[in-house]
Design a protein around this ligand. Structure first.
Ligand code: UGA
Length: 472
């Protein structure tokens, strides 16, 4: 039986809320602190602010047993916990670097309540050296060095699959410069690394099992900080890379899905994050690429590669907009159905969503839009300025109704299950412009659609045609 550890998680945003819930799920007692009193009240009443698989069940269970509690009182939480995870926002400042003022404020507040040994853990994505700053801040507030350690335990969860990613991780990175702190952190994850969690009948299912345990990687705090930024920047680079390859494919009439498959079969490259589209978005990649670039610049290291990654990402949205325009000749007074508002499928998050940027470009060009999304309509309504030519609908077929074309902007699995024949007759003209390559071009052609997508030939051959098949 693993030891139950008293944990505080500061911040109830994506990472904080999921981490707090999952720490309770693996047997720890968790206090989740947020300074937004209204949010804490709503969380205590069982309201869940984000759309995330498994979160409602797990939070419901652990909140009613008292295993996880929400509070605004960071002093009490610090006093009652052995380990304090900082999971507050690190937004992008105007220069591109991460704004660490929330982390700084939390560190000072924690310092005021330290009377026995505590391990403070950075969970937010932060630039290298943040660890040192937190340590200095706590020392400046008069806390003896022997009473605390500052460590780094980056989180790699993705929105939409956050609970699964947390409980079935590819790796657990523990950055600690003291053995004592490293041991305590390792003990927190012991239910996962020993496999005992996966043997429970009520465990959240996922890729890990008692026979395939997540590896733990112990590093210095600086290396752990770099691992997080470097991983996100690398994944963003992979996406920009395949997007340029997709543009090349369009120039020579080849299929980017075939090229990505051929590349991805090389184990050194790997097949994931090679889906061409309209560019990456979300609250992490754009901010983290900019912050990593800024860190390199500050340290005198030439990392202009990241500037190119960002530039390609911007151009990809513009290029897709031009594709819509050239399919329809002019956009003024054209009626477009739009599928997708969130920055990717499976989430209601619209932060830095390429879909919203493209919608704005279409509206500016005079098109009128009826947009559908399975989860993000309410958030998008608040984000997009009200516009006489912009409507929303809960029904994807209504979005397509009498439209001059249907534009797909988010990779929701729901869209791949739409009745294409019905769509074909709902649209005024059977034109689908798909920024996420959700449909089979061959099938779309057979159904009579003019189907434009990203990096795939206009003369469509089935994806599994002999030329692309892996023959034994
Ligand atoms: C990302 C990372 O994947 C997580 O590992 C990390 O923990 C998280 O940021 C974070 O730092 O908190 P997330 O922002 O949830 O997770 O989203 P991703 O699934 O990585 O997708 C990011 C963007 O890239 C989306 O707009 C998505 O549509 C796009 N994308 C992704 C592509 O265009 N092509 C792909 O092949 C993959």
């Amino acid at each position: 039986m693993s030891e139950s550890i008293a944990i505080t998680v500061v911040g109830s945003g994506y990472v904080g809320l999921v981490a707090a819930t999952c720490f309770a799920e693996i047997g720890h007692r968790v206090l989740c602190v947020d300074n937004d009193e209204d949010k804490v009240n709503r969380l205590n009443q069982g309201e869940i602010p984000i759309h995330e698989e498994f979160l409602p069940e797990l939070l419901g269970r652990h909140r009613s047993s008292g295993q996880v509690q929400f509070t605004t009182d960071l002093g009490r939480a610090t006093h009652e916990s052995q380990v304090i995870f900082i999971a507050v926002g690190t937004p992008q400042s105007q220069t591109g670097n991460a704004d660490l003022s929330y982390v700084d404020a939390v560190a000072s507040e924690i310092a005021r309540s330290i009377h026995s040994y505590k391990v403070i853990v950075e969970k937010s994505t932060v630039p290298v050296y943040t660890n040192d700053w937190i340590r200095r801040t706590i020392e400046r507030n008069g806390v003896s060095r022997s009473l605390f350690d500052v460590t780094s335990n980056p989180e790699f969860l993705r929105e939409g699959t956050a609970v699964k990613d947390f409980l079935h991780p590819d790796r657990i990175v523990l950055g600690a410069d003291s053995e004592k702190a490293a041991r305590l952190l390792a003990a927190i994850y012991e239910p996962l690394t020993s496999g005992c969690y996966y043997e429970r009948s009520d465990a959240v299912p996922g890729s890990r099992s008692a026979a395939d345990l997540p590896p733990i990687l112990q590093t210095s705090t600086k290396a752990a900080e770099l691992i997080k930024h470097a991983s996100n920047a690398f994944l963003a680079m992979k996406i920009s890379f395949i997007n340029v390859v997709a543009n090349l494919c369009e120039a020579v009439d080849a299929d980017v899905e075939h090229v990505a498959k051929g590349m991805g079969l090389d184990k050194r490259i790997g097949k994931r994050f090679l889906s061409a589209g309209i560019g990456y978005g979300g609250s992490c990649f754009p901010k983290d690429v900019a912050a990593f670039r800024y860190v390199a610049q500050q340290l005198g290291v030439d990392f202009r590669l990241l500037e190119e990654v960002e530039k390609i990402n911007e151009l990809q949205k513009e290029r897709f907009f031009q594709k819509i325009r050239s399919a329809l000749w002019t956009l003024r007074n054209k009626r477009l159905g739009v599928l997708g508002l969130s920055f990717k499928g499976g989430t209601d998050d619209i932060r830095e969503s390429p879909a919203l940027e493209i919608i704005q470009m279409l509206l500016d060009a005079g098109a009128s839009i009826c947009a559908h999304d399975p989860a993000a309509i309410e958030r998008a309504k608040k984000e997009l300025p009200p516009h006489a030519c912009l409507q929303f609908t809960e029904d994807p077929y209504e979005a397509a109704d009498n439209a001059d074309a249907l534009v797909v902007l988010t990779d929701w699995a729901e869209f791949t299950r739409l009745d294409l024949k019905r769509l074909r007759y709902t649209l005024r003209y059977p034109i689908v412009i798909d920024g996420r390559n959700l449909f089979d071009p061959w099938q779309m052609q057979e159904l009579g659609f003019t189907y434009l997508c990203v990096g795939r030939s206009s003369q469509h051959t089935p994806v599994e045609s002999p030329s692309a098949k892996c023959l034994p």
